[in-house]
Design a protein around this ligand. Sequence first.
Ligand SMILES: [Zn+2]
Length: 105
Amino acid sequence: MKIYFSWTILGCLFIFIGIDIWKNNGGKLHYSYVSSGGGVILIIFGIFMVYHSRAKKKQFPGKYYKCLNCGNIHPSNEISELKCPECKGEIENLKGFFRRNPDKR
Ligand SMILES: [Zn+2]
């Protein structure tokens, strides 16, 4: 999860720098001149990076997942599909799990 987080930060930084350069109609980045067009490219690149990290997050939005079959809890970095890595049972996002399944409390 840490890598997606840093991608979002990096993307936001790119957008921020890009907007700054674009607004000033060109600017300096690491002692080299960047045109306003270069700023726009930075913005697009930044949006792409943020979007990319969001798309990854969407697949497993929760930090922890509970298996409906064996009841074990697994962090999202341990699972690659919506199945329990131990028993291949159905898993559900732990966030709000007991609200959706009050009988399993
Ligand atoms: Zn299981």
